[in-house]
Unconditional design. Structure first.
Length: 363
């Protein structure tokens, strides 16, 4: 069964279709109808109760965010020029409501004619960051100037924050999007836990790439995939460093364990699902383990290595290692230990540490 009302892709999704890009996990949909029309077709539906998201339909890991309007032709223009492109799913055509095709093709992000700083909101800044991260749009001088004059300090709903943080970190250029949010105050306003990483120095011999914020952004550039849990774990993996205390020469003692709790609190505040929070916090809490796994006894690492998320933890370690301009040798050593562990756990005549189990099988 399909929607019978006129049905469109809009916002980031119409641009993703135009530029043949994937928008992982989220689809922005528009219908000329009501939530009743959506509810007649879809079972897994929720109602966030926030502007621009009248209903959300979940299909596996995909969230379709629906907005309901009376008529597309009567809609007000969007303050960001390229966000006025709409794709008509029924007729398979694009609708250029504000003559923005040139800007869409040229990745030129600017203010729509007739708009200024007073019409902009924090949500528009989040949208701009998503456009930069996902597609590589370049904000022009007029838009950047307008953002410097942005005075909207109203916090977007947690649902909206989760939506756009997910899109930004899952984009092709996440550092560029996050830097835009930092430069215009959104990180400090919305996510003070992340803002605390900015300017937090680290030992140069271990982290020549810069402070904790710069290190965290650098890790994202080494991802092999744009998996959301991986991306969020990389962004948050050192969240405990501003909260940690020095002990025995270790400046950030227990920062992984502290960071796991801080990450859980952060993600809960943004209404992330429990299963994602659990997975991300496992990665944050254990991100230091692969570095020493070769020297640790098996009983100390067995529980973590039996976890189905351990291969993703190795990827977190690889990105963490590469972001500090170290070679991948430590990562390959950790993978070797893990492969040997898995092989031994499948062998009924050896323990997980590789030792033979004579007494268990010999009378």
């Amino acid at each position: 069964m399909q929607l019978t009302t006129p049905h469109y892709l809009h916002s980031l999704s119409s641009l993703a279709r135009y530029h043949k890009k994937n928008l992982p996990g989220i689809s922005f949909e528009l219908i000329e109808g009501s939530i009743v029309d959506i509810a007649k077709v879809y079972d897994s539906i929720s109602y966030p109760g926030v502007e621009g998201a009248d209903a959300v339909v979940k299909d596996g890991d995909l969230e379709a965010v629906f907005s309901c309007v009376d008529a597309v032709k009567a809609m007000q223009h969007h303050p960001l020029n390229v966000m006025n492109l709409i794709y008509d799913k029924n007729r398979n055509v694009y609708i250029d409501r504000a003559e923005c095709y040139r800007q869409v093709r040229g990745l030129e992000l600017g203010l729509q004619e007739g708009f200024g700083p007073k019409e902009l909101s924090i949500v528009n800044l989040l949208e701009a960051a998503a456009l930069v991260s996902c597609f590589g749009f370049k904000p022009d001088a007029s838009l950047l100037d307008a953002f410097t004059k942005l005075r909207d300090e109203k916090l977007p709903a947690p649902f909206i924050q989760r939506l756009f943080l997910s899109v930004v970190v899952g984009g092709e250029f996440p550092a560029a999007g996050l830097i835009l949010l930092r430069d215009f105050g959104a990180v400090e306003l919305l996510w003070p836990e992340l803002h605390a990483l900015i300017g937090l120095d680290q030992a140069k011999e271990f982290h020549p790439e810069g402070d904790v914020w710069e290190h965290s952004l650098e890790t994202l550039s080494h991802r092999k995939t744009r998996d959301l849990e991986l991306s969020l774990a990389l962004l948050l993996h050192d969240l405990g460093k501003p909260l940690a205390e020095s002990s025995g020469g270790n400046r950030f003692h227990n920062h992984a364990q502290i960071g796991s709790k801080a990450a859980a609190s952060f993600l809960r505040r943004l209404d992330f699902p429990y299963d994602k929070i659990e997975k991300i916090c496992f990665l944050v809490e254990n991100h230091m383990m692969p570095a020493s796994i070769k020297s640790l006894p098996t009983f100390r690492t067995e529980k973590a290595m039996l976890n189905p998320w351990f291969p993703l933890l190795l990827e977190v370690y690889r990105c963490d290692l590469m972001s500090s301009f170290n070679g991948p040798d430590g990562y390959y050593e950790a993978c070797k230990v893990y492969r040997a562990f898995i092989k031994n756990t499948k062998n009924p005549f050896r323990g997980s540490d590789g030792k033979k189990l004579y007494r268990q099988y010999v009378d």
